[in-house]
Design a protein around this ligand. Structure first.
Ligand code: DX5
Ligand code: ZN
Length: 226
């Protein structure tokens, strides 16, 4: 079978925030496809990171690559237009963080962005049932959200297979992203169950040579039997 169009999405959560623009430039120069931008509110998740100002600052700094804004924020609707104005390309949120999932998805698209739903390890995929036509991306968390550097939860493999089946059956061109604990030694197995977009924070930013690390991730993906 043909290999998929795989995207590597470094998570800025593990970057050096004092040098964020340079860090983003470095991972893009190293071959990354998308910048994964983790937004935490110390309410929906027990950590606090960055907001639309920092996304906008990256755009003003000159970053042109897609920015994948992963909103771990509740409630989420108020902040969606702000991220659109700040230059986010994808905006994703957790179904538990929205009282009206369909409305939030439409709001993202009305703002001109691509939309996605994020599933925590214990969140069932049935939230997809009636919104496939409003999705550009499905993101499965392989860790509980809030922190980088956690261990990949094995149950995510079966859930990815199920999500891949649902996406293929829908006929929509929806990307299947995985976030948390993705490393050189498991990315191939993750690709083989259907993921096409791979968030990697600590696996990239905690290494000295981003180019070598991204190349190693891609080499593993090249072996995947999609
Ligand atoms: C966790 C974040 C992830 C995290 C991934 O809540 O959504 O994007 O940064 O970090 P690693 O790749 O280190 O598990
Ligand atoms: Zn994330």
């Amino acid at each position: 079978m043909a290999t998929r169009d795989y995207w590597i999405a470094p998570s800025i959560l593990s970057a050096d925030f004092a040098r964020l623009g340079a860090e983003v430039d470095a991972v893009l120069a190293a071959g990354a496809d998308v910048i994964h931008f983790d937004v935490m509110d110390n309410h929906y998740v027990p950590n606090l990171t960055v907001g639309p100002l920092v996304c906008e600052a990256l755009r003003k700094y000159g970053v042109t690559a897609p920015i994948d804004a992963h909103l771990m924020v509740k409630p989420v609707d108020r902040i969606i237009p702000d991220f659109a104005r700040a230059g986010a390309s994808y905006i994703t949120f957790h179904p538990e963080a929205s009282e009206h999932i369909d409305r939030s998805l439409q709001l993202i698209r009305d703002c001109g962005c691509k939309s996605g739903l994020v599933f925590n390890p214990a969140t069932p995929l049935h939230y997809l049932n009636h919104v496939m036509d409003k999705l550009d991306l499905v993101l499965l968390m392989a860790v509980n959200p809030g922190f980088g550097g956690q261990r990949f939860i094995e149950g995510t493999f079966a859930k990815l297979r199920e999500a891949r089946r649902l996406i293929d059956a829908s006929g929509y061109p929806i990307r299947l992203e995985v976030d948390g604990g993705v490393k050189i030694d498991n990315i191939r197995a993750i690709a083989e169950v259907g993921a096409d977009t791979f968030v990697a924070g600590s696996a990239i930013f905690n290494t000295p040579d981003y180019r070598a690390t991204v190349a190693a991730l891609r080499a593993e993906l090249a072996k995947a039997d999609a």
